[in-house]
Design a protein around this ligand. Sequence first.
Ligand SMILES: Cc1cc2nc3c(=O)[nH]c(=O)nc-3n(C[C@H](O)[C@H](O)[C@H](O)COP(=O)(O)OP(=O)(O)OC[C@H]3O[C@@H](n4cnc5c(N)ncnc54)[C@H](O)[C@@H]3O)c2cc1C
Ligand code: SF4
Length: 478
Amino acid sequence: MLRFTELDQSYPAKRPAKERRKDFDEIYGPFNPKAGADQAARCSQCGVPFCQSGCPLHNDIPDWLMLAAEGRMEEAWERSSATSTMPEICGRICPQDRLCEGSCVIEQSGHGAVTIGAVETHITETAWKEGWIQPIRVKRETGFSVGVVGAGPAGLAAAERLREQGHSVTIYDRHDRAGGLLIYGIPNFKLDKSVVERRTQRLQKSGVAFQLNTELGRDVSLEELRERHDAVFLAIGTYKARALTCPGAGSDGLIPALDYLTASNRRGFGETIADEARLQAKGRKVVVIGGGDTAMDCVRTAIRQGAASVTCLYRRDRENMPGSLREVTHAEEEGVVFEWLSAPLALKGDATTLSGVRVQRMGLGAPDRDGRRQPIVLEGAETDLDGDLVIAALGYEAEDVDAACGGGGPVLTPRGTVRVTERCRTSIPGVYAGGDIVRGASLVVWAIKDGQDAAATIHADLMARAESAQTRELEPAE
Ligand SMILES: Cc1cc2nc3c(=O)[nH]c(=O)nc-3n(C[C@H](O)[C@H](O)[C@H](O)COP(=O)(O)OP(=O)(O)OC[C@H]3O[C@@H](n4cnc5c(N)ncnc54)[C@H](O)[C@@H]3O)c2cc1C
Ligand code: SF4
């Protein structure tokens, strides 16, 4: 260990931009065993591991790095999977620069952080290859049943932990495939679909039931689910797209980012897209409005579809973007043009088709509460940008949860997200919630944490219920 002074930071090989522009395959290859062990051995084994504090799951990072460095891969995997149901997914798509790796002391000392995410992926990919990851073998069925609404990372994580405890679990989702945004949001070049499907198939083989094409509020009510199950976990994410308000924003030519990404992901599954002409970037001048992860996924998807040009319009500068800077770098390498400090003033075109964007140039003012500098309008600084496919990627809010729950839903926050206690309980007994529908649009790793935490609370509540029922049975009748 502590080899950071003699070994440079290195990531698994990244495919050249020229090559990856042409396909949707993941851009990083795997570590070979020696490179994985060497990179793990750079860890300084801090007494107080800041990387662990920087990880929402509090993963035992120094421990599994040490085990991986010593070639004890099965033990490394056991340690890693004890705190995370999807380490190989987090290793691929967590914004590590803002989480574990951003807190690594080696990074602070100028040597370049331990490549924690890449080693995490390497450990669990080795586990899959070696056959260490098998369906869950339940020791004792509890007889309790839990309904999980939403098959995204929060729902899947909860289902896995609940099944491990011996509960019967049914996952309901309105989509035709399980995975939530891991399947229909995030593109293959960041996270191959087979990686997600491998996880859902394992849950199926573990006895978890999936009822897909089933929407809460349309096909099933919360009341019915509460009757059917001993506990219900709501993990339905946030899907109401934030609206663009400038003139022209009402045109059908303005494409919501998730429509665009879902169509691209469905195409990847070999499906025919009904709205193909509207949702295909090939040969078109694409303008994406927004600066988060979703915007980055749109611009990089458009490049791969063979767009004539791809421009990202963002009202702050590179340093003040909400998205991961690593993703911006990938996008720049692949040929995306960034128009920083630029906001849409109006969309040009008619009710069905757009031809461009009138752009307002911006400056930066004082930082806001999050420390990001506020954009300010530079009067008179306007310009025009051509674009015949304009995509809005401005973020997501909660849909109408109360309507989905038939008017009898849990107490909500002013933002429309579900209000929970620290332990994922909602205002309705036996109903729990987690993931984006509680936090607002967030990250996969936080959704996994919520799913795992909710499972622990549900298990504790069900066991307490069983115990009090048993006590009542044992009490002598009056
Ligand atoms: C394009 C895009 C890219 C992203 N990239 C990253 C990234 O690189 N790294 C990262 O960490 N995070 C990323 N995120 C954020 C991340 O995907 C989310 O934070 C995470 O998926 C939230 O998990 P969840 O389980 O709470 O919700 P979701 O993944 O949204 O899953 C919710 C599920 O509930 C289902 N559902 C909704 N309503 C109902 C209903 N009424 N009845 C039945 N089912 C319902 C949905 O169909 C969905 O399957 C990205 C998000 C987007 C949109
Ligand atoms: S889960 Fe995310 S933050 Fe935690 S160690 Fe893995 S990559 Fe880092």
